[in-house]
Design a protein around this ligand. Structure first.
Ligand code: UGA
Length: 470
């Protein structure tokens, strides 16, 4: 192969791999995606994405139809097809341990190596402990056909779910971990379009590239837990964390992004990445260096407990037998990902305490119902809120941000709402008669919740209007 490859393999077709495969096709390459799950592969080959990611279905459908993108479960076929082989398989947390499970990365290397050709390059994108690339290069070399030389580059992925297509086609930075000039030239060709459009290109060694990813996620998690720690203080001091975040965020050195206090971070990345990072530091003999990430993790999980405590207070001390509308199940809006979702966790814990949880999410309800049967799932916002004694907003979907508090007040039995993402217009909800509580905002006062009155009509809310109408 010269340095202008045309055929690309992407191993793993989850949020990262499926998006990367479709975006590589969009950039003009012929792409084959590989996965061990035949159902997923059949779905993708039919031009449909088995999860929700804005814009991705359209992209996959278009490129499958044109023949530029296809999917297979046959690793030999995939390895023979591509010249550049991206690894985008999962590195989940090992059960009962902090460290990441590397078995999918190892299997990807083992399965493709015997079928690779001299001059191919393998490009790791998965989030891995520092030192993995060097280890995988040895593993690869031991399994390659005789005489073949294949360079392994680390090229971490920074896409966010909900923005995955945009982040892949127009990343803010592209990090290449390799000292091999030919590999750099090949990947500059692969990423020519985003580089031309302004994505920064940083070339470094493999271990720094691996660390860039874990350091970025650890920093983001720290930023969120910092503001959530401030939320705890604000609750104790009767201050307002949203105002505090706005004010400190004006300092360009701090910045306002990722300073939204609430029920905390979840998903398939930040929680397991900070744990694996700590575990790796320990392996390197640096037990204390990242020990602060234990606190970051603890602050984060305390927010879930805080929401449960508030729910109990709001309902007079016990949630058992009480109707609780849970709005949001996915770990963030514009995603149907339930992995380590704070929303789902809170919903399930309330259910375990005997609450009559009616849960609704614009995209994740069906998946939650399959994976966690037992909760009462509702398929519309109004069905979830009807007759509720308490409403919890746990994921800041636009559908919830835009709710009309007056109309919702007519549906609910008690006008008590806990905005665990601080995403609602608190004044509008209070004006509409709701007992509103955000997280880290002015302490809510729950008298006897049975006395919290829900206005029967819009006219009752707006006395003047009622007079005019009469
Ligand atoms: C995260 C990183 O942001 C990506 O850069 C990275 O590529 C990805 O992990 C990964 O490792 O693959 P993602 O998990 O999609 O992306 O979601 P984020 O947007 O980072 O949100 C993570 C969690 O933090 C969500 O539960 C979100 O609700 C929460 N969050 C975010 C807050 O609680 N407050 C904030 O201010 C921001």
């Amino acid at each position: 192969m010269n340095i202008t490859p045309t055929r690309i393999t992407v191993i793993g077709t989850g949020y990262l791999g499926a998006t990367h495969a479709a975006c590589m096709a969009e950039l003009g390459f012929e792409v084959i995606g590989l996965d061990i799950d035949p159902v997923k592969i059949a779905t993708l080959n039919a031009g449909t994405v088995p999860f929700y990611e804005p814009g991705l279905n359209e992209l996959v459908g278009r490129h499958v139809e044109s023949g530029q993108l296809r999917f297979t479960t046959d690793s030999a076929e995939a390895a023979r097809f591509g010249q550049v082989h991206f690894i985008g398989v999962g590195t989940p947390q090992q059960p009962g341990r902090l460290a990441a499970d590397m078995s999918y990365v190892e299997a990807a290397i083992d399965n493709m190596a015997p079928h690779l050709s001299d001059g191919d390059i393998v490009v790791g994108k998965s989030t891995v402990p520092v030192g993995t690339a060097a280890r995988m290069q040895h593993r690869l070399n031991a399994r390659l056909p005789a005489g073949a030389r294949v360079d392994l580059v680390w090229n971490p992925e920074f896409l966010r779910e909900g923005f995955a297509v945009e982040d892949t086609l127009r990343p803010d930075r592209i990090v290449l971990g390799t000292s091999n000039q030919r590999s750099i030239a090949i990947l500059k060709h692969v990423y020519a379009q985003p580089i031309a459009q302004g994505s920064a290109l940083l070339v470094t060694d493999r271990q720094t590239a691996e660390l860039v990813k874990t350091a970025a996620n650890a920093f983001l998690a720290t930023k969120i837990s910092f503001i959530n720690a401030m939320a705890e203080l604000c609750e104790a001091a009767d201050a307002d964390v949203a105002d505090l975040a706005d004010a400190i965020g004006h300092d360009a050195r701090i910045g306002r992004r990722f300073l939204n206090a609430g029920v905390g971070f979840g998903g398939g990345c930040l929680p397991k990445d900070i744990r694996a990072f700590r575990a790796r530091a320990g392996e390197l003999g640096l037990e204390d260096t990242l020990s602060f990430l234990t606190d970051i993790d603890r602050i984060n999980t305390r927010r879930r407990q805080r929401v449960i405590d508030l729910a109990e207070q709001a309902l007079g001390g016990r949630v058992s037998g009480r109707r609780v509308a849970v709005l949001g199940l996915a770990f963030k809006p514009d995603s149907d990902d339930l992995r380590d979702s704070p929303a789902l966790d809170v919903a399930r814990q309330l259910h375990r305490r005997g609450a009559d949880v009616r849960a609704y999410d614009p995209m994740a309800t069906e998946m939650a119902a399959i994976r966690h049967p037992g909760l009462d799932y509702r398929y519309s916002l109004t069905d979830a809120i009807r007759a509720a004694e308490l409403v919890l907003v746990l994921t800041e979907w636009n559908e919830f941000v835009r709710m009309d508090p007056v109309a919702m007040g007519e549906l609910a039995d008690q006008a008590i709402i806990i905005d665990a993402r601080n995403c609602l217009d608190a004044d509008a909800w209070k004006q509409a008669g709701w007992n509103y509580a955000g997280l880290g905002r002015q302490h809510p006062v729950y008298e006897d919740p049975q006395l919290v009155h829900v206005p029967d009509t819009i006219a009752e809310l707006t006395g003047d209007l009622e007079l005019v109408e009469k």
